[in-house]
Design a protein around this ligand. Structure first.
Ligand code: 3HC
Ligand code: NAI
Length: 696
């Protein structure tokens, strides 16, 4: 039963009971309608309390129902809310925790609302590329005022109920048991309202001195940041419709906008990301009830670029960290960098000096491995050399307590080899953070051949504690993200040879929506990093076809921003990438040298070759089981590589284009110059033939 019906001394209690968040799917909506009808029929009932069981009043419409016939099947949420509002007996919503989206809209349809502090209140539809579609844009401004409501609706932000005590949303803010308070409240209003009508938000006027001016101001501010998402603008349009033309007109317009937005690729992408994030935390063969190991003390080895950032993650979550280095100078340098990072946050007003000191106090610097004996989780972030990793892991095997998790932040080395340096490979796992590690959301959790299931479950839980999006990857060169990006960069370099220039390639892919094109990115990270990887490739896979054009650049010492020039020129202290005549000439000369007649390459080709190179490698990664689902690959790209959120990641983008079209394009590029780089993944062909996508 998705809804329970009970009575308490003349008051009907309709309790949403649809775990995990009391989503308002069809069965819940039917249950509420039945409850209302039953209460109406029963002469012994004088009032109705609407509440939720478990940890939510309601998390809103059931997102899994969107774009299915059930979503539009009566009773729709709009019908349910109309019935609540029209009830002859007063309806009191009792809100003890999450009231979001359709859940809040349902409560706004009630005649009264009783809350308790600590409840999360939001209309977060905009974060799913939607607008509140069941009256939220009309009733919330009437409850809490135009400005506060517009801000909540356009941002989708969660506001704690205690901050809304005097906002007009709640008729009573209770302490203690919300149901008891709501029952008492319901009895009082049943008496007060007897024979009369019950207050409805639809009848309230929106008070504002200059509503039209405020709305126009908001529209301008939102337009600047919302691009290319249509939803925030539609939220304002719907609010405006209600302000200018009245409640019923606003409601009808809101519905129209909702139905249109739910079909947009932007909304599909955001919903994909919402579920993708949650799906990533589930590992097919690791049950969700797998017991986890207690993590109370962390250690980080290496206080360099990554180690410092990694340590910050843990202390930010209140976990004490032992930070180990080989030399006192390195330790001091590492600690100073951490402090400097925190100081920048303090200057921005996002951290107090006191909190800074508390965090620094959680870090214990050390030069001795013996101090790590009590650590529950040890993350290694030393130089990327197998010999150095061997030394560290052999030492850790000697001193770490039984059951301690030994993690490596390696980005290119074989985790199975690292695990084999210990006598406990089951305890070894990869925790591949991205730079800057204290900022980037992504964490690739690398599952070695012998990594124990409870180690994986523990690391996934720790990732949540430190607010990372964790995605499990099998062991392969580059794991999910870097293995794919290598093919993307390979295509970018081929296109330089064939006729494009860095600024053109970067411009095309940035207009597609990437935060930064491959050449600006490479200049930022340092062109020497890619050079080192390529050198290794040339030795390990001599048959692999690479453009040597980037090696030419590196041979001139142009490693990027840090050397004042790379693919672009940079002025001292200025990160603006300026096209370099010298480099562009070098590129053109290189084409001549290798006998390649340069041609005009259009933006469409640039984008397709870059993005489909990701898709092709992603398909191989999926087929090999390195990633367990397509949405995991998308989460890696959305959270770690600046892939445009509104396209939902490379694999969803391929589905949107259609794998039939993707495969045809790949085949076309395979027949062109440098076409040997296109070995079309069998999975792409198979799905294209079946008329399916990576995501079903
Ligand atoms: N529909 C369907 N499933 C939902 C859901 C919803 N509205 N909200 C959450 N879930 C599911 C999650 O997918 C997850 O499922 P899983 O266990 O199978 O992975 C489970 O509920 C628990 O979710 P979380 O892991 O996110 O749990 P938290 O406790 O961390 O957070 C929450 C709870 C704050 C409610 C969070 O889930 C959330 O923000 N949910 C989305 C709320 C939302 O966007 N509501 C608006 C929906 S659109 C709408 O209402 C349209 C209307 O205007 C017409
Ligand atoms: P770094 O050179 O900035 O820092 C390495 C630190 O380890 C130095 O401070 C060094 O003194 C210390 N160190 C070396 N040997 C040690 C030992 N035996 N015991 C204790 N400390 C030792 O290097 P960075 O960039 O932080 O990289 C560290 C690891 O993180 C590497 O495995 C790298 O592949 C990986 N990584 C790096 C990323 C990046 O963008 N820099 C991104 C993701 C992973």
């Amino acid at each position: 039963m998705a809804v329970d019906y009970t009575t308490r001394d003349g008051v009907a209690v309709i309790t949403l009971n649809n775990p995990p968040v009391n989503g308002l799917g069809l069965s819940t909506r039917i249950g509420i309608m039945d409850g209302l009808a039953r209460a109406e029929r029963d002469p012994a009932i004088s009032a109705i309390v609407l509440t939720g069981s478990g940890t939510a009043f309601s998390g809103g419409a059931d997102i899994t129902e969107f774009n299915t016939p059930k979503a539009l099947q009566e009773p729709t949420l709009a019908t349910v809310i109309r019935a609540v509002e029209a009830s002859a007996k007063p309806v009191v919503a009792a809100i003890h925790s999450v009231a979001m989206g359709g859940g809040l809209e349902l409560a706004l349809g009630a005649h009264y609302r009783v809350g308790v502090p600590g409840a999360q209140i939001a209309l977060p539809e905009v974060k799913l590329g939607l607008l509140p579609g069941a009256g939220g844009t009309q009733r919330l401004p009437r409850a809490i005022g135009l400005e506060a409501a517009l801000n909540m609706i356009v941002s989708g932000a969660t506001v704690m109920s205690e901050k809304l005590t005097d906002s007009g949303l709640f008729d009573e803010m209770a302490e203690g048991d919300v149901l008891e308070a709501a029952l008492a409240f319901a009895r009082r209003v049943a008496e007060k309202d007897a024979g009369g009508t019950h207050p409805r938000l639809r009848d309230r006027k929106i008070q504002h001195e200059n509503a039209a001016g405020f709305i126009q101001f908001s529209r301008n501010s939102v337009a600047a940041v919302a691009k290319p998402f249509p939803a925030p603008g539609k939220c304002i349009d719907a609010i405006e419709a209600g302000v200018l033309k009245g409640f019923d007109h606003g409601l009808a317009f809101e519905r129209e906008c909702f139905l249109a937005l739910v079909q947009t690729p932007e909304s599909r992408a955001l919903r994909h990301a919402f579920f993708g994030e949650r799906a990533a935390s589930k590992i097919p063969d690791v049950p969700s009830d797998t017991p986890v190991r207690a993590i109370k003390q962390v250690a980080v080895i290496g206080a360099g670029t990554m180690g410092g950032g990694i340590a910050m993650n843990f202390v930010n979550a209140g976990l004490p960290v032992m930070l180990l280095e080989t030399k006192p100078e390195a330790l001091e340098r590492g600690l100073a960098t951490i402090r400097k990072n925190y100081e920048t946050t303090v200057k921005k007003g996002k951290l107090t000096q006191e909190a800074l000191e508390t965090r620094m106090a959680l870090i214990t610097p050390t030069l001795s491995y013996d101090d790590l004996a009590g650590a529950d989780l040890i993350v290694e972030a030393v130089f990327e050399e197998l010999g150095v990793k061997e030394q560290v892991f052999r030492r850790l095997d000697e001193i770490a307590k039984p059951g301690a998790i030994l993690a490596s932040n390696t980005s290119t080395l074989d985790l199975n080899k690292i695990a084999a340096f210990t006598t406990r490979p089951g305890d070894v796992v990869g925790m591949h953070f991205f730079s800057p590690a204290n900022v980037m959301k992504l964490l690739e959790v690398v599952r070695g051949e012998h990594t124990a299931k409870d180690v994986l479950a523990t690391v996934m839980q720790v990732a949540k504690r430190i607010k990372k999006t964790a995605v499990v990857s099998g062991v392969c060169d580059g794991f999910i993200g870097n293995r794919m990006i290598e093919q993307y960069i390979r295509q970018a370099l081929f296109m330089l040879e064939e006729g494009a220039l860095p600024a053109q390639i970067d411009g095309a892919i940035e207009r597609f929506g990437f935060a930064m094109g491959p050449f600006r990115m490479s200049d930022l990270a340092g062109n020497d990093i890619g050079w080192a990887i390529r050198k290794r490739r040339y030795a390990e896979q001599p048959g692999m076809h690479y453009s040597r054009i980037a090696d030419r650049l590196c041979e001139t010492g142009r490693f990027g921003q840090k050397t004042g020039g790379g693919w672009y020129d940079y002025r001292p202290g200025d990160r603006t990438a300026r096209p370099s005549a010298l480099v562009d000439e070098m590129i053109v000369a290189y084409s001549g040298e290798i006998g390649c007649a340069r041609r005009e390459i259009g933006d469409d080709e640039i984008v397709e070759r870059l993005v489909f190179a990701l898709v092709n490698e992603g398909a191989k990664i999926l087929a090999e089981g390195i990633a367990s689902k397509a949405s995991d690959i998308d989460m890696v790209y959305l959270t770690g590589y600046g892939f445009p959120l509104w396209r939902g990641g490379p694999m969803l983008h391929a589905d949107t284009v259609g794998l039939y079209n993707v495969e045809r394009a790949m085949a076309r590029y395979a027949s062109q110059q440098n076409g040997d780089a296109w070995e079309i993944a069998p999975l792409v062909t198979e799905l294209a033939k079946a008329g399916r996508g990576f995501n079903g």
